[in-house]
Design a protein around this ligand. Structure first.
Ligand code: 8DG
Ligand code: MG
Ligand code: MG
Length: 144
């Protein structure tokens, strides 16, 4: 039985910012199981990064976002997995279109639930790619 050669994929993850807080959820997927991660998912054919960010946040949390901006990109090779995964991760930031809107856990098979966490007091363990960025001093907030 031939399985196709694995190829890199593109992931888009969103730092949804509210005051000093970011939205995180504990992953229930096998990749990064039980770690806290940003909302996000895989880029679909023909999508812009901004479109993918808005779609994935809506699909996973029900939230509508605005001021969607590109922040950075990282290269993530999960070579320890049973099925190795290689994901080029695009990191965006955004804010709520309606600051009063509350996150819903729309994909309960993939996420334990969404909540706001203070940037200076992030939960543990963070999803690997996010942990690496935080360790490196990355800050998603506008600098002004
Ligand atoms: P989809 O089927 O809805 O398209 O995908 P998904 O099931 O929602 O994908 P995902 O794993 O949540 O996100 C895609 C990839 O993006 C993920 O496997 C690795 C990469 N990624 C990071 N950091 C983060 C993060 O903090 N959150 C999310 N959601 N993905 C991230 O490198
Ligand atoms: Mg996701
Ligand atoms: Mg998704």
């Amino acid at each position: 039985n031939r399985s196709p050669s694995p190829v890199p994929k593109v992931g888009v993850a969103v730092f949804l910012l509210k005051g000093k807080n970011v939205l995180l959820g504990r992953r229930l997927s096998s990749l990064g199981h039980n770690t806290f991660a940003l909302p996000g998912g895989h880029l679909e054919f023909g999508e812009s990064f901004e479109e993918c960010a808005a779609r994935e946040v809506k699909e996973e949390t029900g939230l509508d976002i605005q001021k969607i901006e590109f922040l950075t990109v990282t290269n993530n090779v999960f070579s320890e997995e049973a099925k190795p995964v290689h994901i080029v991760a695009i990191f965006m930031r955004a804010v709520l279109a309606d600051p009063h809107q509350l996150p819903q856990n729309i994909e309960p098979d993939k996420c334990d639930g969404w909540d706001w966490y203070e940037w200076n007091n992030l939960p543990k363990p963070l999803f690997g790619p996010l942990e690496t960025m935080v360790q490196g001093g990355f800050n998603p907030f506008p600098s002004d």
